[in-house]
Design a protein around this ligand. Structure first.
Ligand code: SF4
Length: 346
């Protein structure tokens, strides 16, 4: 079932409206004063009535919202128009605001071994409306919960799916959010396993917003990486290195860097040799931040590195001059942490 976008539906029901009507329509979606089409007095009544019957105010519907024991993370299972389900997460951040983690696809084709979404396979790309409405869903949720902080300050594309495999919808969704909210480019992070043709494309795409990019590296050893990310291939690491150098030359500055994500898997990619390979790989590229992610249990027979293993790995990178951070794990008890998102139609 092909999902019609809001723009396609709007053009069908209002073909003779002046161009500014579409702008009013889109702006209304982000206006916190409105919660349904009948509120949007800026649109003529007759048009509002037509819209109300054909374009849902939100194109995602809440199935379940779960809350972590610490009450700092919420996970929503949302249903989209064709009955598929996606997950999105709301996490408190150190700014006293919220970061939302959004999905870009139903399922994912990349099959990373540590990831629950990868086990679903790819069902379909989300439309840009379905990506945007994960943000709008959380805005509406926070409006209903005045006891919680109200502001969403950051968005990460680290939910279900590979964002670069849904390039144009992700790009359009980000552009729309940046235009209609106070969330700037550097408050948005797109995480990718490194779909190189798309990474190449964004280098020369004038419409690609300069959001932060996080590449899921997981190993600087080609064989280990292939074991963790089965879509990796022999020449991937040199090709990534070449791309990253050109990216940093073109866009790198104090506020704009690249991050390599590295999930810590016991006995798989956390040895001293792996740390050395990572230092060698990163050092020849330039300013890269390495983010170590403690592995979150799914059911792939993998284990997180021990605390000591993680600390030793961190210390090795740190003492060899890398900028290294460790990700806080949030929402593990409601399977909302990295790599745990999974949804079925049922
Ligand atoms: S980690 Fe990301 S790219 Fe890999 S399978 Fe999961 S959703 Fe897909």
């Amino acid at each position: 079932m092909a999902i019609q976008t809001r723009k396609e539906r709007f053009d069908t029901l209002a073909p003779d409206e002046p161009a500014y009507r579409w702008k009013q329509f889109t702006a209304a979606l982000f206006d916190p004063a409105y919660s349904c089409w009948s509120d949007v007095a800026v649109l003529p009544k007759i048009l509002r009535e037509k819209i109300q019957t054909t374009i849902p105010w939100l194109c995602v519907t809440e199935s379940i919202v779960q809350q972590s024991a610490k009450q700092d993370t919420f996970k929503a299972l949302l249903e989209v128009e064709d009955g598929n389900k996606i997950e999105t997460v709301l996490m408190q951040n150190p700014r006293g605001a919220w970061t939302i983690c959004v999905s870009s696809q139903v399922g994912c084709a990349m099959r990373c071994v540590f990831c629950a979404t990868g086990k679903m396979g790819l069902i379909r790309n989300l439309t840009s409306d379905e990506i945007i409405d994960q943000y709008r869903f959380w805005m509406a949720f926070l409006k209903k919960h005045p006891e919680l902080p109200t502001r969403i300050s950051n968005i990460v594309f680290m939910g279900m799916g590979e964002p670069m495999a849904n390039y144009s919808c992700v790009r359009d969704a980000i552009q729309t959010i940046i235009t209609h909210t106070s969330i700037g480019e550097t408050r948005i992070t797109v995480s990718t396993v490194g779909v190189l043709p798309r990474l190449e494309k964004l280098l020369n795409d004038p419409n690609w917003p300069h959001v932060r990019l996080a590449i899921s590296l997981h190993s600087a050893d080609p064989e280990t990486r292939k074991r963790i990310v089965p879509t990796s291939y022999d020449d991937f690491l040199p090709a990534l290195s070449d791309w990253a150098k050109r990216y940093l030359k073109k866009f790198g500055n104090r506020r704009h860097h690249l991050t390599f994500e590295y999930v810590m898997l016991r006995g798989v990619n956390d040895s001293l040799q792996h740390a050395k390979a990572l230092v060698d790989f990163v050092s020849q590229i330039g300013h890269i931040r390495v983010n170590l992610i403690p592995y979150n249990f799914t059911d792939g027979g993998l284990q997180c590195s021990t605390s000591k293993g993680l600390e030793d790995f961190f210390a090795y990178l740190d003492t060899h001059g890398l900028t290294v951070t460790k990700r806080r794990t949030m929402g593990e008890d409601i399977a909302a942490a990295c790599g745990q998102l999974y949804a079925t139609k049922k």
